[in-house]
Design a binder for this molecule. Structure first.
Ligand SMILES: NC(=O)c1ccc[n+]([C@@H]2O[C@H](COP(=O)([O-])OP(=O)(O)OC[C@H]3O[C@@H](n4cnc5c(N)ncnc54)[C@H](O)[C@@H]3O)[C@@H](O)[C@H]2O)c1
Ligand SMILES: O=c1ccn([C@@H]2O[C@H](COP(=O)(O)OP(=O)(O)O[C@H]3O[C@H](CO)[C@H](O)[C@H](O)[C@H]3O)[C@@H](O)[C@H]2O)c(=O)[nH]1
Length: 332
């Protein structure tokens, strides 16, 4: 067992629940803080403690940090739907930026030494150059990306002023599910391509829309860097070890594989795995979708011992499908 407890905000959600598994498997004690707006209490592994609270509830957060001996925070809690951030920006600045400010203040006041933050490739907006490196211009094209970039700025300034260091991981497209079937993407009303394709493959949807066929890519459909959620969770555990080993340093790193697949390549992979053909509806572009978004991942590879173990598109699809099937059984 490691010394100290890790507080995981949003640990009842998709990515957070996988980080909880990775931390527990690595011997950490874990306390989850989640208000269950989009998460599920059953998604939290029983070895972890669940505190149902808003991260803005400073009294409860500080009491939890003190009582549980929290040495590090992994901060996944937030609002994640890009179009919703466009129609309701203040909600995103509240739940992503303002709530993060409150959590960071609680951490500093409670003497928490390390902070790991879920940032996003959406901080880059429409990149000038692909693969996109960390020092590329950060020009978010929606309030979601901006709300996350503002939190990165807060962390930078707070780490300069207080004895706390941080890692901000800019996730690319997170997909797949725990290969042992312990968690997966469970949120209803999904918008993510691989989740939607898995729903179509298991009969929850009749077809998949392909949003745009005139992008500047080889087959005209959007290209993305899909990273397996279990690899992403492992990167957080490695980032925590680094923050502990080198308390004077903080790091902002892309979390992706450095290779992209088009929408049609993803749907082809689903068809191969299921040995069926999902109906595709070719439609117009969604607002604000870049042609291609692929990580330059040289920084994370040179900074952490982390190496991808699940970077195979068909494997990601298989794990997503297996979870979708078990979710269907769970929901009857
Ligand atoms: N899914 C992706 O592709 C992706 C990509 C880049 C970044 N991210 C970031 O990763 C993080 C996790 O995303 P996810 O896909 O797992 O989403 P999710 O909705 O499954 O998880 C978010 C969790 O946070 C909880 N939560 C939200 N607001 C809260 C609050 N104020 N107090 C306490 N709990 C709260 C929710 O109940 C939920 O369990 C988010 O910060 C998101 O911005 C996700
Ligand atoms: O039904 C669908 C859903 C998606 N797509 C396409 O599939 C690709 C991936 O779309 P997703 O919605 O799965 O993901 P995004 O790339 O739009 O965005 C994701 O990654 C971003 C970072 O790059 C943000 O973090 C954001 O939170 C997260 O949703 C895009 O080309 C999109 O147009 C379709 O064709 N049909």
């Amino acid at each position: 067992m490691r010394d100290g407890t890790v507080l995981v905000t949003g640990g009842a959600g998709y990515i957070g629940s996988h980080a909880v598994l990775a931390l527990l498997d690595a011997g950490w004690k874990v306390v989850v803080v989640d208000n269950l707006v989009t998460g599920f209490d059953w998604a939290v592994d029983k070895r972890a403690k669940l505190v149902v609270a808003n991260i803005e509830d400073e009294a409860r957060i500080r009491a939890t940090m003190r009582d549980e001996g929290v040495i590090a925070v992994m901060h996944f809690a937030g609002s994640v739907v890009v179009p919703e951030s466009v129609s309701d920006p203040l909600r995103y600045y509240r739940n992503n930026t303002v709530a993060s400010r409150s959590l960071i203040e609680s951490a500093v006041a409670s003497g928490v030494k390390h902070f790991i933050f879920s940032s996003t490739a959406a901080t880059y907006g429409i990149p000038e150059k692909v693969p996109v490196s960390e020092d590329s211009p950060k020009v978010p094209i929606n309030p979601y990306g901006m709300s996350k970039l503002m939190t990165e700025f807060m962390l930078r300034d707070v780490a300069a002023a207080h004895p706390i260091n941080y890692a901000a991981l800019r996730y690319f497209n997170v997909a797949g599910a725990d290969p042992q079937g312990r968690s997966g993407q469970s949120t209803a009303g999904a918008t993510h391509l691989i989740k939607i394709a898995a729903e179509a493959a298991t009969g929850k949807r009749s077809s998949v829309s392909v949003f745009g066929t005139d992008f500047a890519t080889e087959d005209g459909t959007g290209v993305r860097d899909y990273i397996h959620v279990t690899d992403l969770a492992a990167a957080h555990v490695d980032a925590l070890d680094l923050l502990i080993a080198r308390p004077q340093e903080s790091h902002t790193m892309n979390a992706g594989y450095g290779r992209g697949f088009s929408v049609l390549q993803v749907l082809d992979a689903v068809d191969r795995v299921t040995n069926r053909t999902i109906e595709r509806k070719l439609e117009g572009r969604r607002a604000g979708d870049p042609d291609a978004l692929v990580a330059d991942n040289s920084k994370i590879l040179s900074t952490l011992p982390w190496r991808p173990k699940h970077d195979d598109l068909e494997g990601i699809v298989k794990d997503a499908l297996a979870w979708e099937r078990s979710l269907a059984e769970r929901q009857g």
